[in-house]
Structure formats: structure tokens, C-alpha cells
Design a protein around this ligand. Sequence first.
Ligand code: ZN
Length: 131
Amino acid sequence: MTTNTANSTNGTTAPTGAAAPFGFTEAPASINVRVLSPAGFDYQLTMRASRVGDVLNQAQELERWLLKHDWTPAASRPAAPSTTATTGEPPICPYHNKPMTRRSRDGRSWWSCNEKLSNGEWCQYRPKDRA
Ligand SMILES: [Zn+2]
């Protein structure tokens, strides 16, 4: 007899929208930490776990390990808002008479001229009083 109306037994293994209310593709708890290795390299570590308590435990262990191996936290400095003489307007390169660009790298920042010299090298002018 063929009384298979809408009662499919094995055909569909995926219940449409029934189970898994949160698709657990991404771990719900994660921690990002930036650290400096003893040699000075800047690492960003990400820890993930299915529960916040778990990832915090991992963080504590990681912290212990890092301290034991002379790693240090990488200070995420928020780009020094208004300290000395950073009043918006950039200094002007006296050779090119153009506003200079603020550049930053490795936690330091400086003003740099975006123009090239006639020999193809970048302008090396640096304002003295505005570090
Ligand atoms: Zn210049």
C-alpha cells in the first residue's frame, strides 16, 4: 500500500527552522587581547568559547602564561587627542608650501611631507617644534 502522504520519514533531516535557534557558527563568547612579545612584536590574540565563564578562565590562564614568559600588554593608546600643539591645522612644508600629513607607526607619530623631490625621493622635511 502507498499511504505516504506527507509523512516523510528519512528524506528530510534538516528541520526547517525548528532546532538551533542560534546558529552556533560563531562562538558566542570571545576575548581580544593585544600583547607584546619579549622581543617587542605586537600580537592580537582571540579566545573563543561557548560560554563567557569559559573564556574568562582561558583569559586568566593566558594572562599567567604571558606574565611568566615576560610578555606585556600592548597599550592601546587612543591617538593622543589634544596634547601639545595639535590644534587641527597641519604644519606647512617650507619647500613645497603644502600642508603636511600626520603619520604614525609603532606608537609614534610625526608630520610628513607628501611631496617628492626632483630626484624622486620623498621630502624629508620635519617640523622641529611639532613632534
Ligand atoms: Zn616638502
